[in-house]
Unconditional design. Structure first.
Length: 172
């Protein structure tokens, strides 16, 4: 499946290219989009955070079978103090932030890839999974995110389109 990877203006090119490579191994044909500005009206000065939905809406204007926005700003949504990411369930838009994932390095890339697979799983129609070793299990903390698996459990994987199912099996 084609995936348009959309770096927001604050994202380092290294992070975008590492993530692109990792997602290619999961069966996505990646097209990296030109850098997008962060919508100014999304910033909430009182909270020092960006509302996630305006960023997701910005992604909705871009073409592509799937569109994944990546940023390093802190995101929140309604009553959620923060969100690591969000996505259409199901649909074509997904958004992730590395703001709360720690310093640059292997662990950050691992966490970011998990978030990407999780949010893209929502795009494919997957809901949260009770299996805590599954990448679709809900993580409210870094501890939970690190504990969750790096890939889909067999039940979730079976519900993915074939090209991603097969890619996941090749890695697992
Ligand atoms: Zn989720
Ligand atoms: Zn699962």
């Amino acid at each position: 499946m084609e995936l348009r990877l959309v770096p927001f203006e604050d994202l380092s090119p290294d992070i975008a290219s590492c993530l692109a490579q990792a997602l290619e191994q999961h069966g996505y044909r990646i097209r990296v989009s030109p850098v997008q500005n962060l919508p100014g009206r999304a910033f909430n000065p009182r909270r020092g955070q960006y509302a996630a939905d305006p960023l997701l809406n910005r992604l909705g204007r871009l073409e592509g079978e799937r569109v994944l926005g990546v940023t390093g700003v802190d995101l929140y949504r309604y009553v959620c103090r923060f969100v690591y990411g969000l996505a259409d369930l199901p649909g074509r838009r997904a958004l992730i932030s590395h703001y709360r994932l720690g310093q640059a390095g292997d662990i950050l890339y691992q966490r970011l890839l998990k978030l990407a697979l999780h949010e893209l799983g929502h795009c494919h129609g997957l809901e949260h999974c009770p299996e805590n070793t599954c990448v679709m299990c809900f993580s409210a903390s870094l501890e939970a995110l690190d504990h969750s698996g790096r890939d889909y459990c067999p039940t979730c994987r079976a519900r993915l389109p074939a090209e991603h199912r097969d890619a996941s099996e090749a890695i697992a």
